[in-house]
Design a protein around this ligand. Structure first.
Ligand code: MN
Length: 258
Protein backbone atom coordinates (compact mmCIF):
# COMPACT_ATOMS: atom_id res chain seq x y z
CA UNK A 1 0.00 0.00 0.00
CA UNK A 2 1.42 3.32 -1.12
CA UNK A 3 -0.31 6.33 0.42
CA UNK A 4 0.06 9.81 -1.03
CA UNK A 5 -0.54 12.48 1.61
CA UNK A 6 -1.35 16.10 0.78
CA UNK A 7 -3.16 19.05 2.42
CA UNK A 8 -3.95 22.73 1.90
CA UNK A 9 -2.39 24.19 5.06
CA UNK A 10 1.08 23.59 3.64
CA UNK A 11 3.80 21.03 4.24
CA UNK A 12 4.96 22.66 7.50
CA UNK A 13 1.55 22.51 9.21
CA UNK A 14 1.08 20.33 12.25
CA UNK A 15 -1.92 18.49 10.81
CA UNK A 16 -0.04 16.92 7.89
CA UNK A 17 3.02 16.09 9.99
CA UNK A 18 0.97 14.28 12.64
CA UNK A 19 -1.11 12.49 10.00
CA UNK A 20 1.88 11.25 7.99
CA UNK A 21 3.56 9.98 11.17
CA UNK A 22 0.42 8.32 12.52
CA UNK A 23 -0.39 6.30 9.38
CA UNK A 24 3.19 5.21 8.62
CA UNK A 25 2.40 1.66 9.78
CA UNK A 26 -0.42 1.31 7.21
CA UNK A 27 1.78 1.60 4.14
CA UNK A 28 4.54 3.58 2.50
CA UNK A 29 3.71 7.23 3.00
CA UNK A 30 4.79 9.83 0.42
CA UNK A 31 4.02 13.46 1.23
CA UNK A 32 3.53 15.92 -1.63
CA UNK A 33 2.07 19.15 -0.30
CA UNK A 34 1.98 22.89 -1.03
CA UNK A 35 5.05 24.88 0.07
CA UNK A 36 2.74 27.42 1.79
CA UNK A 37 -0.86 27.69 2.92
CA UNK A 38 -3.37 27.12 0.12
CA UNK A 39 -6.60 27.03 2.13
CA UNK A 40 -9.81 27.81 0.22
CA UNK A 41 -8.17 27.33 -3.18
CA UNK A 42 -10.83 24.76 -4.07
CA UNK A 43 -10.01 22.75 -7.19
CA UNK A 44 -7.71 25.46 -8.51
CA UNK A 45 -5.18 24.16 -11.03
CA UNK A 46 -2.09 26.16 -11.99
CA UNK A 47 -1.89 26.47 -15.77
CA UNK A 48 -0.22 29.85 -16.36
CA UNK A 49 3.27 29.15 -14.96
CA UNK A 50 5.60 26.18 -14.50
CA UNK A 51 5.51 24.21 -11.25
CA UNK A 52 8.52 22.94 -9.30
CA UNK A 53 8.80 19.98 -6.96
CA UNK A 54 11.36 20.30 -4.17
CA UNK A 55 12.41 17.48 -1.88
CA UNK A 56 12.41 18.42 1.81
CA UNK A 57 13.47 15.06 3.23
CA UNK A 58 13.05 11.40 2.35
CA UNK A 59 9.54 10.84 0.88
CA UNK A 60 8.58 14.49 1.58
CA UNK A 61 8.14 16.95 -1.30
CA UNK A 62 6.74 20.45 -1.70
CA UNK A 63 5.11 21.98 -4.76
CA UNK A 64 4.74 25.72 -5.35
CA UNK A 65 1.07 25.22 -6.17
CA UNK A 66 -2.32 24.08 -4.91
CA UNK A 67 -3.34 20.71 -3.41
CA UNK A 68 -4.85 19.83 -6.81
CA UNK A 69 -1.48 20.59 -8.45
CA UNK A 70 0.26 18.41 -5.84
CA UNK A 71 -1.86 15.32 -6.49
CA UNK A 72 -1.79 15.84 -10.25
CA UNK A 73 2.01 16.22 -10.34
CA UNK A 74 2.59 13.36 -7.93
CA UNK A 75 0.42 10.86 -9.79
CA UNK A 76 1.37 11.87 -13.33
CA UNK A 77 4.97 12.89 -12.70
CA UNK A 78 6.91 12.21 -9.52
CA UNK A 79 5.29 8.84 -8.70
CA UNK A 80 4.46 7.85 -12.28
CA UNK A 81 6.55 4.65 -12.11
CA UNK A 82 5.08 3.52 -8.78
CA UNK A 83 1.72 5.26 -8.42
CA UNK A 84 0.00 5.50 -5.04
CA UNK A 85 -2.97 3.29 -4.15
CA UNK A 86 -4.71 5.95 -2.11
CA UNK A 87 -4.64 9.71 -1.50
CA UNK A 88 -5.20 11.07 2.01
CA UNK A 89 -5.62 14.83 2.48
CA UNK A 90 -5.30 16.72 5.77
CA UNK A 91 -5.58 16.95 8.61
CA UNK A 92 -7.02 20.37 7.91
CA UNK A 93 -7.00 23.12 10.54
CA UNK A 94 -10.78 23.64 10.73
CA UNK A 95 -13.85 21.72 9.61
CA UNK A 96 -14.89 21.30 5.97
CA UNK A 97 -18.62 20.69 5.99
CA UNK A 98 -21.76 21.28 3.98
CA UNK A 99 -21.70 23.94 1.28
CA UNK A 100 -18.10 24.80 2.13
CA UNK A 101 -16.58 21.59 0.74
CA UNK A 102 -16.15 23.05 -2.75
CA UNK A 103 -14.07 25.94 -1.31
CA UNK A 104 -11.79 23.48 0.43
CA UNK A 105 -8.32 22.75 -0.88
CA UNK A 106 -8.17 19.78 1.49
CA UNK A 107 -11.27 18.15 0.03
CA UNK A 108 -10.10 19.11 -3.48
CA UNK A 109 -6.90 17.13 -2.95
CA UNK A 110 -9.11 14.08 -2.44
CA UNK A 111 -11.28 15.03 -5.44
CA UNK A 112 -8.15 15.08 -7.59
CA UNK A 113 -7.40 11.51 -6.52
CA UNK A 114 -10.68 10.42 -8.10
CA UNK A 115 -9.70 12.27 -11.26
CA UNK A 116 -6.82 9.77 -11.55
CA UNK A 117 -8.86 6.69 -10.56
CA UNK A 118 -7.64 6.61 -6.98
CA UNK A 119 -9.70 6.62 -3.79
CA UNK A 120 -9.42 9.87 -1.84
CA UNK A 121 -10.01 10.55 1.84
CA UNK A 122 -10.04 14.04 3.39
CA UNK A 123 -9.62 14.69 7.12
CA UNK A 124 -10.49 17.97 8.83
CA UNK A 125 -10.25 18.95 12.47
CA UNK A 126 -12.82 20.93 14.43
CA UNK A 127 -10.99 23.78 16.18
CA UNK A 128 -12.46 24.23 19.62
CA UNK A 129 -11.15 24.01 23.13
CA UNK A 130 -9.57 20.64 23.75
CA UNK A 131 -8.62 19.76 20.18
CA UNK A 132 -5.26 18.17 19.50
CA UNK A 133 -3.72 17.15 16.18
CA UNK A 134 -1.81 14.44 18.01
CA UNK A 135 -5.09 12.83 19.07
CA UNK A 136 -6.93 13.43 15.77
CA UNK A 137 -4.03 11.83 13.86
CA UNK A 138 -4.45 8.70 16.00
CA UNK A 139 -8.17 8.76 15.28
CA UNK A 140 -7.50 9.23 11.54
CA UNK A 141 -5.17 6.24 11.74
CA UNK A 142 -7.87 4.06 13.33
CA UNK A 143 -10.45 5.13 10.74
CA UNK A 144 -8.05 4.45 7.85
CA UNK A 145 -7.00 1.07 9.24
CA UNK A 146 -10.67 0.09 9.38
CA UNK A 147 -11.34 1.37 5.84
CA UNK A 148 -8.36 -0.55 4.46
CA UNK A 149 -9.97 -3.81 5.58
CA UNK A 150 -12.41 -3.29 2.72
CA UNK A 151 -11.77 -2.88 -1.01
CA UNK A 152 -11.73 0.87 -1.79
CA UNK A 153 -13.47 1.78 -5.07
CA UNK A 154 -11.39 4.07 -7.33
CA UNK A 155 -14.10 6.73 -7.18
CA UNK A 156 -14.44 6.59 -3.41
CA UNK A 157 -14.31 10.01 -1.81
CA UNK A 158 -14.84 10.31 1.91
CA UNK A 159 -14.98 13.67 3.65
CA UNK A 160 -14.18 13.10 7.29
CA UNK A 161 -14.53 15.71 10.05
CA UNK A 162 -13.07 15.00 13.47
CA UNK A 163 -14.66 16.65 16.52
CA UNK A 164 -12.50 18.63 18.96
CA UNK A 165 -13.47 16.43 21.88
CA UNK A 166 -12.98 12.65 21.94
CA UNK A 167 -15.57 11.32 19.42
CA UNK A 168 -18.61 9.54 20.88
CA UNK A 169 -18.70 7.43 17.74
CA UNK A 170 -18.92 7.64 13.94
CA UNK A 171 -21.86 8.95 11.91
CA UNK A 172 -22.33 8.32 8.18
CA UNK A 173 -23.69 11.66 6.99
CA UNK A 174 -24.85 13.93 4.18
CA UNK A 175 -23.65 17.49 3.61
CA UNK A 176 -25.27 20.10 5.84
CA UNK A 177 -26.51 23.56 4.94
CA UNK A 178 -24.85 26.83 5.86
CA UNK A 179 -26.95 29.64 7.31
CA UNK A 180 -26.40 32.94 5.54
CA UNK A 181 -24.88 35.63 7.70
CA UNK A 182 -23.04 38.88 7.23
CA UNK A 183 -19.48 37.78 6.58
CA UNK A 184 -17.91 40.57 4.51
CA UNK A 185 -16.36 43.38 6.53
CA UNK A 186 -15.99 46.78 4.86
CA UNK A 187 -13.28 49.12 6.17
CA UNK A 188 -11.23 52.12 5.06
CA UNK A 189 -7.49 51.73 4.39
CA UNK A 190 -4.84 54.35 5.44
CA UNK A 191 -5.16 56.01 2.01
CA UNK A 192 -8.90 56.47 2.43
CA UNK A 193 -9.98 53.71 0.07
CA UNK A 194 -12.48 50.98 0.89
CA UNK A 195 -11.33 47.44 1.37
CA UNK A 196 -13.20 44.25 2.13
CA UNK A 197 -12.36 41.23 4.19
CA UNK A 198 -14.22 37.93 4.02
CA UNK A 199 -14.61 36.86 7.64
CA UNK A 200 -17.12 35.39 10.04
CA UNK A 201 -17.73 31.97 11.51
CA UNK A 202 -20.16 29.80 9.56
CA UNK A 203 -23.34 28.67 11.25
CA UNK A 204 -25.38 25.69 10.13
CA UNK A 205 -28.99 24.59 9.90
CA UNK A 206 -29.87 21.87 12.37
CA UNK A 207 -30.72 19.13 9.89
CA UNK A 208 -30.90 15.47 10.86
CA UNK A 209 -28.30 13.20 9.30
CA UNK A 210 -25.88 15.98 8.30
CA UNK A 211 -22.16 16.38 8.93
CA UNK A 212 -22.88 19.41 11.08
CA UNK A 213 -25.35 17.49 13.21
CA UNK A 214 -22.82 14.68 13.75
CA UNK A 215 -20.16 17.10 14.98
CA UNK A 216 -22.57 19.10 17.11
CA UNK A 217 -23.49 15.89 18.95
CA UNK A 218 -19.80 15.01 19.43
CA UNK A 219 -19.47 12.39 16.69
CA UNK A 220 -16.93 11.92 13.93
CA UNK A 221 -18.59 12.56 10.57
CA UNK A 222 -17.99 10.57 7.38
CA UNK A 223 -19.65 11.98 4.24
CA UNK A 224 -19.31 10.11 0.93
CA UNK A 225 -18.95 12.66 -1.89
CA UNK A 226 -18.95 12.45 -5.66
CA UNK A 227 -17.40 14.67 -8.31
CA UNK A 228 -20.48 14.42 -10.56
CA UNK A 229 -22.31 17.64 -9.65
CA UNK A 230 -25.29 16.92 -11.94
CA UNK A 231 -28.58 17.65 -10.22
CA UNK A 232 -30.34 14.39 -11.01
CA UNK A 233 -33.58 15.56 -9.38
CA UNK A 234 -33.82 18.47 -11.82
CA UNK A 235 -33.00 16.29 -14.81
CA UNK A 236 -36.59 15.07 -14.48
CA UNK A 237 -39.19 16.39 -16.96
CA UNK A 238 -40.71 18.34 -14.09
CA UNK A 239 -37.91 20.92 -14.20
CA UNK A 240 -39.88 24.11 -14.99
CA UNK A 241 -37.81 25.52 -17.85
CA UNK A 242 -36.87 22.25 -19.48
CA UNK A 243 -39.72 21.87 -22.00
CA UNK A 244 -39.59 25.45 -23.22
CA UNK A 245 -35.79 25.52 -23.42
CA UNK A 246 -35.64 22.24 -25.29
CA UNK A 247 -38.21 23.64 -27.75
CA UNK A 248 -36.00 26.65 -28.47
CA UNK A 249 -34.57 26.77 -32.01
CA UNK A 250 -32.28 29.21 -33.81
CA UNK A 251 -32.68 29.89 -37.51
CA UNK A 252 -29.78 28.63 -39.58
CA UNK A 253 -29.09 25.59 -37.45
CA UNK A 254 -29.21 22.21 -39.12
CA UNK A 255 -32.36 20.65 -37.66
CA UNK A 256 -32.80 17.61 -39.89
CA UNK A 257 -30.60 14.64 -39.11
CA UNK A 258 -29.60 16.00 -35.70
MN1 MN B 1 -6.75 24.58 5.27
Amino acid sequence: MRILVTNDDGIFSEGITRLAEAIADLGQVIVVAPDREQSATGRSLTLHRPLRIRQVKEHWFTVDGTPTDCVSLAVQGLLKEEPPDLVVSGINFGVNMGDDVTYSGTVSGAFEANQHDLPGIAFSQEIEEGFSFKRSAEIAHDVLAELLLHPLPVDLLLNINIPAKEPKGVRWTRLGKRVYEQSVVEKIDPRGRKYYWIAGTPRWESLEGTDFMALSTGHLSVTPLHLDLTDYRNLEETAPARTTLEGLQWPGAEVAGE
